[in-house]
Design a protein around this ligand. Sequence first.
Ligand code: ADP
Ligand code: MG
Length: 328
Amino acid sequence: MSIKKLGEFGLIEEIKKRFSTFNSDTTQGIGDDCAIIPKNDEISYVITTDMLVEGKHFILDNISSFELGHKSLAVNISDVASMGATPYCSFLSFALSNEVDEQWCRGFIDGYYSLSHQYNIPLLGGDTTSANDGALTISVTAIGEVKNSNIKLRSMAKVGDIIAVTSNLGDSALALKLMLGGEECPDDLRNFHNKPNPHIKQGEWLGAQSAVNAMMDISDGVASDITHICKLSECGAKINTSVIPHSERLKEICENRQLNILDFSLAGGEDYSLLLTVSPSKFEGLKQEFDNLFKENITAIGEITESGISYINSSGKVVEQKLGFRHF
Ligand code: ADP
Ligand code: MG
């Protein structure tokens, strides 16, 4: 079978099955944003690792080394936050290609340091090697800590829960489209893609809220990411496409160019905000408190159902929706 036919998630599923002999009652492995290892009766470590490969995740001409340093840590601590955890430390490994020089490396470290400093996350180790003429590759491992009672899993959604997101969606995908097309991309828009702002404090706070059931971060687009929650929680979802939060800029550009806005806001990916499911009776209270604390909106975009994933438009009609990003 070709690797494309097996697919990214098919391959991960095979690996998970093969290693199921190691399944344990105390640790939790493959399947969620992070693995979980108990530290003691009250606290667990969460651990995640994410790779960024030149040509696949970034093009050197489109991202400064400072931005790439920031982004390499951001995408990892976003997974930590999505468990309701607080980032504790990170490890950084890279295979540097012949294309980059000393100055580039200094910029990368500055970017990685600035985000580490912002959230007080020490870098405790890593590995450094050369890719020669191959693709520059960065691999980061992030570890977080969380009270056991605050852990939010992809498998915790309940039928009737409200599905919600913690920011506008699609600006990152729009920035990528403009950059790949060689078009001008304003700095503030470019930042959504090159220097994403992981929802660290928000994830920590949402972890402590009993109203929140399941949570994950949005890396591949809601259309892809909601399938993980549905699979692991053994439920379905109904998403209302007319209420997906987006910026005015995304709306305007899509209208002017006759692009489907949902290709960005639902199937675009790399938003790095949070996707959560919330007990319906507690949603309004949670939304109010979140808005007051973070001056940001939690937006309801649908509800958890018994089975199947469907998308409805403003008139309640079922519509087709593209899936989100797949690596292969
Ligand atoms: P995320 O987008 O949140 O980083 P991924 O889609 O990359 O999550 O991974 C989904 C799950 O599969 C995670 O639990 C991750 O640890 C696991 N996983 C991905 N690739 C591998 C691999 N090569 N070996 C073992 N587990 C993997
Ligand atoms: Mg994730």
